[in-house]
Unconditional design. Structure first.
Length: 163
């Protein structure tokens, strides 16, 4: 047998004409699989991040309501309820130099025993608005396209599920 064939067939040696590496088709299949996984994972991750920020806002609203009620016990007025909203907002994490949500408290001018605290989203959360009033009634008043609002609770998922 010719020495060329004998060496190529010995254990541990590769055939001199065999090439290592991947074909273009194999690389394209891997790229397609990665693209499909990214198309599924990125929107889900984005929603996860939004839900976390929504939870921060609703927690701040609850805190602001509690602080507002404490102010009412001390002063017998909701006129300065923005002070409570500012204190609760100070606890919110910031997105860059601004808060993710801005809390505002508006006393009802016609009825001094009523107020509404609203959390309006900023930056990437602009289209999210949540509110609570003196009776503890919660509502989602604004949500981006694809997200459901809910007049009876704080919607924390696209479907309008409540906390």
């Amino acid at each position: 047998m010719h020495s060329y064939f004998r060496r190529a067939c010995e254990p541990g040696l590769r055939h001199p004409l065999a090439h290592g590496g991947f074909t273009l088709i194999e690389v394209m299949i891997v790229v397609a699989i990665i693209a499909i996984l990214a198309a599924i994972a990125l929107p889900n991750y984005s929603d996860y991040i939004k839900r976390g920020k929504i939870t921060e806002a609703t927690t701040a609203l609850s805190d602001a309501r509690q602080r507002t009620e404490q102010i009412f016990l001390d002063t017998r007025s909701y006129a300065t309820c923005q002070t409570a909203a500012d204190a609760a907002q100070a606890q919110l994490p910031k997105e860059g130099a601004t808060n993710t949500f801005v809390l505002t408290c508006t006393p009802d001018g016609a009825d001094p025993s009523k107020y509404t605290i609203v959390a309006k989203g900023q930056g990437s959360m602009t289209d999210f608005w949540y509110q609570i009033d003196q009776s503890g009634a919660k509502s989602t008043t604004k949500a981006p396209s694809g997200w459901a609002t809910n007049p009876d609770c704080w919607a924390v998922r696209k479907s309008g599920e409540c906390t």
